[in-house]
Design a binder for this molecule. Sequence first.
Ligand code: HPA
Length: 286
Amino acid sequence: MTKTERDKAIEAAEYIRMRVGPVPIHVGVVLGSGLGTLAEGLSNAQIIPYTDIPHFGASTVPGHVGRLVLGKMGRTTACIMQGRLHYYEGYSLAQITLPIRAMRQLGIDTLIITNAAGGIRADLQPGHLMLIIDHLNLVGMAGHNPLRGPNDDRLGPRFPSMTRAYDPDLAAIARQVARERGIPLSEGVYAMVAGPNFETPAEVRYLRLIGADAVGMSTVPEVLVARHGGMRVLGFSLISNVAVDTLPGAAPEKTPEASHEEVLDVGIKAAPMLASLIQGVIERIT
Ligand code: HPA
């Protein structure tokens, strides 16, 4: 018999549990492009490569290490994904979100999710942190949704609400921690596109028009699955580049271009600030 997504998540969770033992694990963290440093601060960390875990795919993108790091943070054990899978790599949305379902099976009820994103709103410049207050699921609205297909009621409801996809209480804690630690924190709406190409200037203009403040190629499928499973979600975008909206011909010699190298470079520089913010939030909620 073919395994369901729930069967696979349970097998993955059982393997992780076997490796870490019966410690309480309440918080999961997904670290995006170049943002892996949070995991390096953990003491007595257990490191599990994705390739060891049943049904986990291997990350193929530079800047995504592809391992799970479990270690003590605050009064809980945090389960940190150092690198994620993306739709543009060719994985199905079910594969991308399997780690989130496995986290749920481990007992994790709070997900902190991060990404690198292009800044669309003028004040969102490279190096800025943006608290995600809502999202635009362009991939999902086009019919590609990890919750498509028969619903397993043991995982969550058929029609989950996304009115408060990003938890207002966690957002309030994040604002407070940012203030206390002197970390500038913007807020905005994240739009997911499929990638892997960066947007054309006309697409950036379109995204601004429909209410996007930042654009990226991840996060939304994981958030949908987390909310479906009843997890609370806190999300941050690190603005790694300006999403260019200058049409060709307007000022060709001045038009900058987005690149993955820039995304990684900004990520590496800003990672300690984001790590401090996440650490502060985890200490506050456990
Ligand atoms: N567009 C889409 N995804 C991204 C970008 C961008 O400009 N920067 C980082 N991820």
